[in-house]
Design a protein around this ligand. Sequence first.
Ligand code: NA7
Length: 537
Amino acid sequence: METRHHDVIVLGAGVSGIYQIKRLADLGIDAIVLEADEDLGGTWYRNRYPGARFDSESYTYGYSFSKELLNEWHWKERFSSQPENLRYLNYVADKFDLRRHMRFDSRVESMTWHEDERRWHLELPHGESYTARFVVTGVGVLSVPTLPRYPGIDDFAGDSFHTYWWPKDPVPLRGRRVGVIGTGATGIQVIGDIAEKVDVLSVFQRRPNWTTPLNNSLISEQEMAEIRARYDEIFANCALSPGGFEHVPDRRGFWNLSKEQRIAFWDELYDKPGFAILAANFPEVFLDETANREMSEYVAGRIRGRVDDPRVAEKLIPRDHGFGMQRLPLETRYFEAYNRDNVHLVDLSATPIERITRSGIQTTAGHHDLDLIVYATGFDAITGAFDRMKIRGVDGRFLGDKWRDGPSTCLGIMTHGFPNLLMVAGPQSVSGSTNFPRAIEGGVDWVTGLLEHALECGHRRIEAQAEAEREWLEEVVRVQERLLLRRSKGWFTGYNANVDGHQQGQIRYQAYFGGAPRYKAFLEQEAADGYPRFDLS
Ligand code: NA7
């Protein structure tokens, strides 16, 4: 089979890849996108489970690069749902005629750097292959789903799937006994959505998560017109805030206010939409154990106020971590689900799962007969998609080996020993830790600038310097170590009980927590100085 060549190959046709190919196509660069799935959309193509929606305000999630697009698109809900989000990404791709640059069903299985040619060789299934001068990854931060390792998982006779693989065809829910394993952001969305649709819902919870109301609402024509008029301001606000949202931290000083004033403020935040309770809160809540404990007690009180059975309420309150120490899921009718007669909380910390059986789930306390098992058990986050691709750099070095104990990158964009491999939304960038599209637009623009510079100057090789990479790692570690979340068991710190090397106690520095403005300043300075952290030849 013939090997095809392009100057740039983009991996992934999700939110990152769509914008990356738009920028490259506009510059007339010879580039294509290889996408493993049969269509575009990435996260929003895959996660079709009931309740899947943005936790970011829709109008801060959309692309900002085209005024025309901003004026045309009407977000119908403040936090838009998966089908609408996928429609949006298709609309963008069609409007800018981007599909012609995309090759679907094209999963890259391995990638090898050939120093003599200064090219990457990409191998796909069935002997298909490509070469490229540069490869840009937009492979997603949560695109490798992970299943538990319970015995009998293949024995179950009913339907079962990970939320990421929720089928395209409608899944019957009425009259069925459904088990959901996992209570992260995904499980919490699913449970709130299906509780009233199914006959019986058994929630298998190992550890509860802190979660607060999403407070979603419809966006009328009139409101959308106001949002359109405000887009410049909206994106400027997002660019200034650490999380890439319109919400800004409250800097009155936690200790300058009385407890009553703090509670009155939290009452307001609890009723506000989205991540206000996180991003508009006092910074001390995330830096100071006493402040965090008070906030956690406040949210625990709200849970007790919403769950009728006090024993169930206590099981839904996290004890092993404080509020905001793991990625905060946002919920809709989540706690009220537990007030329904058809919903049962199975506390796996008291009665662990022994095995999956032909007809359901066996815990140490008994058997649960089920028709459908939903695995909301998370992802091999941030580095999983890189590990899966078997990337070999200079002298055949395997990236999976380099990153075995945790990733190490230069500005979250490149990693030493892997020339001409550029990462959008890569490890140790802000993509995992802030409003995703705001971060990726910045990442794509920066990578595009570097590629333009290299191609214009006739450079055929770009490599991050080892010393610059060490310095970036120091910055990433220093920032994370200031935060209370540094020891938390969540995907932010690389924890995943189902992946070797990611279990409890094996902290990884996966994302940059220094905030979007600080990250952007590093990138801008680097470009302005002529890319001193990179060797170009
Ligand atoms: P998360 O946040 O990683 O949550 C996974 C959940 O699954 C979590 O509650 C886990 O409990 C649970 N889990 C994982 N393995 C098991 C086993 N073996 N048994 C029982 N329970 C298990 O993933 P999500 O998909 O919810 O969210 C990912 C991101 O997607 C989210 O943050 C948003 O950014 C979008 P554990 O904590 O390990 O005890």
